[in-house]
Design a binder for this molecule. Structure first.
Ligand code: ARG
Length: 475
């Protein structure tokens, strides 16, 4: 018989290289807290249902709390020979408390145990990610409010298109992050389902109480099919897909940051403390944070693809392939959290170059639509007005000047509908003010967006606090 926890059927212990290949302790040890909390709930349930004695339960709980304290003090040595976090803890418990330790795994398999730990871990991390999303949303709102009067060109095809409020641009990212936040709420809901009690795949012969375990561990729902419980990794793929989309949004923001702080744009200035220099070129100040966030997006997307490919084609129920679920999601969690935190800091240190942005809308033709709209309001069909405004732009380009430099005579020659008020109508401030359709860039609409943003953040803050207080009740 081999020494291993499952050694009864074996006459040899596992080959060292094979064991190193299949062990997961190097990464699943980060779920020690969930593993111990899950085991305490399981042991309590076993005692409550008369499956183990009250004394055994007390010994188990004490032993597990000791192990938790040791791990947290860094005094626990994890052994690769014991494969994973589950067997590392169980073996140590049994060494410490004897026979009672051997009763802990009654009515349980590592298949439902690892599913439980991972659900709890992801569920907790979702809330931490949501808190960081909220903080980045706050930073966007602060930035929008700080520069609420600043006008800049809005772009299509990376060509100047129409004047917009800088705040409107910031709040576009706020909206994207709202959807990200909500997608993580979906991932939370799917992580908040309790798999324990599924056993290896088919349930157990013992009279267990799954509702009790679920309430101990603050789960809202229980898996109602034991095979699904041990095979399901949807919540991980949902987390990774929410994380990928979030990173795609951060990557777009990063790209704009990189562009805007280039000498060519000079729209913003990043804080010196948030940039790095070059070892060779003394003049350089590089936006590494944004570039790295943009770069790390590919890595998170890769974890999603890896997981989809791993699960695709797997027969029910547990297969060791599923152990591959952890490293990707752990790395995605770390990457997303770090990226969100650094970006909030970057935005808070960012300065907007009002003069340059202003010049970019005054020395430009981004008011050409407004010139056409002016004629339409005087009765001309839009298609015709578009052509007149186009001719105005064309002749200004030839004369090397802007629409606002045109004389009244020149305007009149293009259309008798032009009057003195045209000058006012094509000022960037007017262009912005007049785009007052719902969701538009006008001062009034942006003010409304800010109000809605604050309401959303209030709802999110309460939701996060609710989840956190629910989870605090767990051992
Ligand atoms: N370390 C394993 C994992 O992460 C735990 C479950 C192992 N179960 C098994 N029957 N080999 O998936």
């Amino acid at each position: 018989m081999s020494e291993q926890l499952w050694g009864g059927r074996f006459s040899k212990t596992t080959d060292e290289m094979i064991n190193e290949f299949q062990a997961s302790i190097s990464f699943d040890k980060r779920m020690y807290h969930e593993d111990i909390a899950g085991s305490i709930a399981h042991a309590s349930m076993l005692a409550k249902c008369g499956i183990i004695s009250e004394q055994d339960k007390q010994d188990i709980v004490r032993g597990l709390r000791d192990i938790l304290a040791k791990i947290e003090k860094g005094e626990f040595s994890f052994e690769v020979a014991l494969e994973d976090i589950h067997m590392n803890i169980e073996k140590r418990l049994t060494e410490a408390i004897g026979e009672a330790g051997g009763r802990l795994h009654t009515a349980r398999s590592r298949n439902d145990q690892v599913a439980l730990d991972t659900h709890m871990y992801v569920r907790r991390q979702v809330v931490e990610v949501q808190r960081l999303i909220l903080d980045l949303q706050k930073a966007l709102v602060e930035t929008a409010e700080k520069y609420s009067d600043v006008i800049m060109p809005g772009y299509t095809h990376l060509q100047r298109a129409q004047p917009i409020l800088f705040a409107h641009h910031m709040l576009a990212y706020f909206s994207m992050l709202c959807r990200d936040y909500d997608r993580f709420s979906g991932a939370y809901e799917r992580a908040d389902i309790m798999p324990l009690g599924a056993g290896a795949l088919a349930g157990t012969t013992f009279p267990i109480d799954r509702e009790f375990v679920a309430s101990q561990l603050a789960f809202d729902k229980i898996y109602m099919n034991s095979m699904d419980a041990v095979s399901d990794r949807d919540y991980i793929m949902e987390f990774l897909s929410a994380a990928s989309l979030l990173m795609v949004h951060l990557s777009r923001l990063s790209e704009e940051t990189v562009l805007w702080c280039s000498r060519e744009f000079s729209f913003i200035e990043l804080d010196d403390a948030h940039c790095t220099g070059s070892s060779m070129m003394p003049q350089k100040k590089n936006p590494d944070v944004s570039e790295l966030v943009r770069g790390k997006t590919g890595r998170v997307m890769g974890h999603l693809m890896a997981m989809l490919a791993t699960v695709k084609g797997l027969p029910l129920a547990y297969n060791k392939d599923l152990q591959e679920d952890k490293e990707g999601v752990f790395d995605a969690i770390d990457t997303v959290k770090f990226s969100l935190a650094v970006y909030a800091q970057l935005l808070r240190g960012m300065k907007v170059n009002r003069e340059v942005m202003h010049r970019a809308v005054t020395e430009d033709f981004s008011n050409a639509t407004d010139l056409a709209d002016y004629l339409v309001k005087k009765g001309m069909p839009f298609r015709q007005a578009h052509a007149v405004s186009g001719q105005a732009v064309h002749s200004c380009i030839e004369q090397k000047k802007w629409l606002e430099d045109m004389t009244m005579d020149e305007f009149k020659k293009l259309s008798p509908l032009f009057e003195a008020d045209v000058k006012e109508a094509i000022l960037p401030e007017t262009c912005v003010k007049n785009r007052n359709s719902l969701g538009g860039t006008s001062y009034e609409q942006v003010e409304l967006q800010l109000e809605l943003a604050k309401k959303t953040m209030h709802r999110q803050t309460e939701e996060i606090a609710g989840h956190e207080s629910k989870q605090k009740k767990i051992e």
